[in-house]
Ligand binder design. Structure first.
Ligand code: XUL
Length: 548
């Protein structure tokens, strides 16, 4: 008998992806994987890479042009309509569809007016979704995670709750410009009438779930923890932050419900419009919490490293430990645990800057790594080619110690070693003993880079082949929630088996090289401190290291 189907949707910055899995006992396989790009499929909205042009941003006249980033909730709804139509027409027997879960870009907020509840319940299946969503909005645009315009609001919220350390301890993160709370404060103070016209403020995730169930849906703790508003341990809105953010905000926020909560069946709109069944809709989560599942990181000690435009290290934590330096984030994980995440902006950007400086191809880059020894004979580069998030660096500057810019191969090794050592240093706060790393992202194709990763961390590295980890994570969450609803929850390890990388991709650390890095890491930390103007020149220590 054919098994049940589970659908995962991922509404990211630039696209909407759907992944349908079929489950037979404890085995799952992907039966459909489909994406649509917003810019390409919906040019009428005028987005570039999923972001509206600056004219749509509210603060253009206040000198905020360029750091504001907004997108269109109506476009996201349009995409949802198109994608569910595409799935309905795929020929897969959807009567077996048991549950749908979703993932969305984190932090973005959608402002719905007092009529929205009635409009959600009364969607007309003879009409497309988008024109029915536009009149629900009290703010036509949604600020998204790329927005950096709320420094003032961050400072105000931080001061009101008693400082950064208090906010981070309670909510998992100090105030960040892109987080939802500071964004809400900016709207409430700059457009009080718009705020008064707002009944409910959804995150992108709970907004899209609401469209599917035809009612205001709850939000899961994973995405709620990207708001600077949730008490991470209690998994409920934290009154001091809510009060510090905007007047009468508590009643405007969605309810928080555990990640496996059924928000309701797919509404009659979707049933009548696309002939879909009344499948259960699971509360949606953020893309990072969903990727945790979609990359198979369901136990402490296994972390993911994504080598993309920026590099990210993330992993499950059984306890809500918080980064005292304030650069890392802690979110609730869809497993009921926690997840730590630290982002570095000098990822591919820095690797490519070195590659380009020496006219290297990608295979020259690999050869340079092969030719040079671990520890680079004490030659170090601190790779802040662009402003860095971790540690925070506003004025980009590349620092070299015992290294000349023209030593091509040594610069290649230096940039990769620096990135890996920085990730090891700045993920220390998670207090997780890392034994396994799942590497994802474009640069994970490079085996020599992964070897440096294995040697620096002293951990096995596997290359993850999951391309749409957030959508897969959402599909797996749908399966998990269904097993909970049936009263026979499956272990996460079983659920996430589909996301595990192949054993054949394993790269093991070399103990001798790992010992070299154990010695070099504290010296690299001293290089960072020196580059930040907070410590003595580490050259003598590097010379001693080079002699050993
Ligand atoms: C995480 C963050 C991004 C978005 C991307 O804090 O801002 O990863 O979730 O969609």
């Amino acid at each position: 008998m054919p098994g049940k189907l589970y659908l995962g949707l991922d509404s990211s910055t630039q696209s909407l992806t759907a992944m349908l899995i079929e489950v037979d006992g404890t085995n799952a396989r992907v039966v459909l994987d489909s994406s649509l790009l917003f810019d390409e499929t919906f040019p009428a909205y005028g987005t570039r890479h999923g972001v509206l042009p600056p004219a749509f941003a509210t603060g253009a006249s206040a000198g905020l042009r360029g750091i504001e980033a907004v997108s269109s909730p109506v476009m996201w709804a349009d995409a949802l309509d198109a994608m569910l139509g595409r799935i309905a027409a795929s020929g897969v027997d959807l009567t077996r569809l048991a549950a749908i879960a979703g993932s969305a870009q984190q932090h973005g907020s959608v402002y719905l007016n007092w009529d929205a509840g009635a409009r959600l319940a009364g969607l007309d299946p003879k009409q497309p979704l988008a024109p029915q969503v536009a009149p629900m909005l009290s703010r036509p645009v949604a600020p998204i995670w790329m927005d950096a315009s709320t420094s003032t609001q961050c400072a105000e919220i931080t001061a009101a709750v008693g400082g950064s350390a208090v906010l981070a301890r309670r909510t998992g993160s100090r105030a960040f410009e892109r987080f939802t709370g500071p964004q809400i404060r900016k709207f409430a103070t700059s457009d009080p009438d718009g705020y008064a016209a707002t009944e409910r403020i959804h995150l992108v995730s709970s907004f899209l779930a609401s469209l599917l169930v035809g009612a205001h849906a709850p939000i899961d703790p994973g995405d709620a923890s990207g708001a600077n508003l949730m008490d991470l341990k209690e998994r409920r809105w934290w009154p001091p932050a809510v009060e510090a953010t905007a007047p009468d905000l508590a009643g405007r926020l969605p309810a928080i419900a555990s990640s496996w909560t059924m928000a309701g069946p797919l509404s009659t709109y979707w049933q009548a419009r696309h002939g879909l069944p009344a499948a259960n809709v699971v509360v949606w989560s953020g893309d990072n919490p969903c990727s945790l599942i979609g990359v198979g990181l369901v136990r402490e000690g296994r972390v993911g490293i994504s080598l993309g435009t920026s590099d990210t290290i993330f992993g499950l934590m059984t306890e809500p430990r918080v980064d005292p330096s304030g650069t890392g984030h802690v979110f609730a994980a869809p497993t009921g645990d926690y997840m730590g995440l630290t982002c570095f902006s000098n990822g591919s950007l820095a690797r490519e800057a070195v590659q380009d400086a020496h006219g290297f191809t990608w295979s020259d880059f690999s050869r340079a790594l092969e030719m040079t020894p671990a520890g680079n004979q004490g030659r170090v580069l601190v790779p802040w080619f662009v402003p860095e998030i971790t540690p925070p660096v506003i004025e980009p500057k590349v620092h070299r110690y015992r290294l000349s810019p023209d030593e091509a191969a040594a610069n290649v090794r230096a940039v990769v070693e620096a990135q890996m050592m920085a990730m090891a240093i700045h993920s220390h706060w998670m207090s997780v003993t890392i034994d396994t790393i799942h590497a994802t992202g474009g640069a994970a194709a490079n085996t020599e880079i992964l070897q440096v990763m294995a040697d620096v961390f002293g951990a096995d590295v596997y290359r993850s082949t999951v391309a749409n980890s957030a959508a897969l994570g959402a599909a797996l969450r749908a399966w998990h929630a269904d097993t909970v609803a049936e009263g026979a929850p499956l272990a996460w390890n079983t659920i996430a088996a589909l996301a595990q990388p192949s054993a054949a991709s394993r790269i093991t650390p070399n103990p001798r090289r790992h010992a070299v890095y154990r010695e070099l890491i504290p010296i690299y930390e001293a290089c960072e401190a020196h580059a930040l103007g907070r410590g003595p020149d580490p050259t003598a220590a590097l010379e001693r290291f080079a002699r050993t």
